[in-house]
Design a protein around this ligand. Structure first.
Ligand code: SF4
Length: 236
């Protein structure tokens, strides 16, 4: 598959950043054959170039004990899952019991609903990247404390720097308020596009809220149509 110029530029930038992070000071001049191969294989190269840096960050997160209570009570950290070169990230609040057990975000009933939302957007779970605001489960599924979100922010920012999504869909108030640095309610944040650097952000209700309040699914579908239009995906 031949990559678009934009995809190639992103792949090259990310590869250079990975090499720089690994301590490389200069690059050998590539041969024409290497460049030709790069053009054909760019999407796979893109994933390969980001994956080691993401894995290094995942290991750093796994060893983190900044939030004493969370580090003591978690089964494991929950870093994120999906395509490291994804155009779209879904961002939730924090791992729940199922996620804490399995080490993957959005795997319980709310995760199944998120999968259906992703499919309604004409994507598959493996086409996007899914992460949370914080990487450890708060006991009894309480909301993350502000200092816990602040502690984990550097991991979130680094993850997003590596993945470089063009779009983020915030699921629920905790994700939206933390990412955008606002105290506005999710009801006021949804239904429009917010800038986050170069990234376009759409906010909607958390799937767990939709399970408790099915009538809100229509508004979430409206938000997904807004997101699809922004992404250039045809909407029926
Ligand atoms: S929530 Fe984030 S900052 Fe806090 S202990 Fe877990 S990984 Fe570390």
């Amino acid at each position: 598959m031949t990559a678009s110029p934009d995809r190639l530029r992103r792949a090259l930038r990310q590869q250079l950043e990975s090499l720089e992070a690994a301590g490389a000071k200069q690059l050998p001049r590539p041969s024409v054959a290497v460049l030709a191969h790069a053009e054909i294989e760019a999407p796979a190269d893109l994933r390969c170039s980001i994956a080691p840096a993401l894995e290094a960050l995942r290991l750093e997160v796994a060893a983190c004990t900044r939030c004493g209570e969370l580090a003591r009570t978690r089964t494991q950290t929950v870093f994120g899952v999906g395509d490291p070169g994804a155009r779209l990230c879904f961002m939730g609040e924090a791992p729940g019991a199922d996620e804490d057990r399995q080490g993957e975000p959005f795997v319980g009933r709310a995760g199944q609903l998120l999968n259906r939302i992703i499919e309604a957007c004409r994507l598959r779970r493996e086409d996007v990247y899914i992460l949370n605001t914080i990487k450890c489960r708060p006991p009894n599924n309480r909301k993350p404390a502000p200092e816990e979100a602040a502690n984990c922010r550097r991991f979130l920012d680094r993850q997003l720097e590596l993945i470089k999504p063009q779009f983020i869909c915030c699921l629920g108030a905790v994700a939206a308020q933390n990412l955008l640095g606002t105290t506005e309610s999710i009801g006021r944040l949804r239904g429009r596009v917010h800038p986050f650097g170069d990234i376009k952000v759409v906010c909607t209700y958390h799937p767990a809220y939709l399970l408790r309040n099915p009538s809100a699914k229509k508004q979430t579908w409206d938000d997904m149509k807004l997101l699809m239009r922004q992404m250039g995906t045809p909407v029926d």
